[in-house]
Ligand binder design. Structure first.
Ligand code: FE
Length: 235
């Protein structure tokens, strides 16, 4: 069996949010899909170790924000690589309280959906929550972010708790290897695995393409997980 076949399945990138009492949490998920149109029903697959899982179990409601293609990595890092147990992910964000009482993230969203859980399926590490859509709207006429674009173009990573996690090393062609040798050194974040590539820089973080790692200000942080510059190691 070639497990790589699974990586050819197309996905989007979403923030799935929920509440527990008056507390909010949200996380990045790529496994969101519509399962019926009458009534409009969606499903999400959430890792049972995640705080959002606990909140959905408790409140039986969740929201989904469909992210746009130009969503910065820092935003995905906030929801995908940090735990709501340690930080308030909603601080300083544009969001609203939906009809179900769940928070709905509006920043970087092209549309949102809100659902009440009708069924759930235990699939081992994850639970699939199936919910009837009770509210939805479009927010912007922009391209939505696909999982492929996130990986290939933005250089994004997949947290270990994701339903589709797989340890994948990017395929580097021989000529690219040769080129890389003579180019500026890449640095890897020891916390999340993000690789700083001088050629690409970090435009979202104010670092122009072509900036060597050594020239980045000390105040710069990992665009994915927020780790300090000192947490990076030379590749
Ligand atoms: Fe990082």
């Amino acid at each position: 069996m070639n497990i790589k076949a699974l990586q050819k399945i197309g996905y989007g990138v979403y923030v799935v949010s929920s509440r527990k009492g008056d507390k909010f949490n949200g996380q990045i998920a790529n496994t969101v899909f519509q399962v019926t149109s009458q009534p409009p029903t969606i499903a999400v697959s959430i890792n049972r170790n995640n705080l959002t899982w606990e909140y959905i179990k408790d409140s039986r409601v969740f929201s989904v924000s469909v992210l746009c293609e130009d969503t910065p990595l820092t935003f995905i890092g906030r929801f995908g690589f940090k735990s709501g147990r340690d930080t308030d992910k909603f601080q300083g964000l544009d969001y609203k309280i939906g009809e179900t009482g769940a928070p709905v993230v509006l920043d970087n969203a092209v549309s949102y959906l809100e659902a009440r859980v009708k069924q759930e399926v235990d699939v081992g590490t994850h639970t699939i929550f199936i919910g009837e859509v009770v509210d939805a709207d479009t927010l912007a006429e922009k391209a939505c972010l696909t999982y492929d674009y996130y990986h290939q173009i933005k250089g994004g990573l997949t947290p270990k708790a994701a339903a589709t996690y797989a340890e994948v090393k990017p395929i580097v062609k021989a000529e690219e290897k040769q080129e890389a040798k003579s180019a500026m050194a890449k640095y890897r974040c020891t916390v999340c695995g993000y690789i700083y590539e001088p050629e690409k820089g970090d435009p979202d973080g104010g670092i122009s393409p072509g900036t060597p790692f050594e020239k980045i200000p000390d105040s710069w942080v990992c665009p994915v997980c927020g780790a300090a510059k000192t947490d990076f190691e030379k590749e």
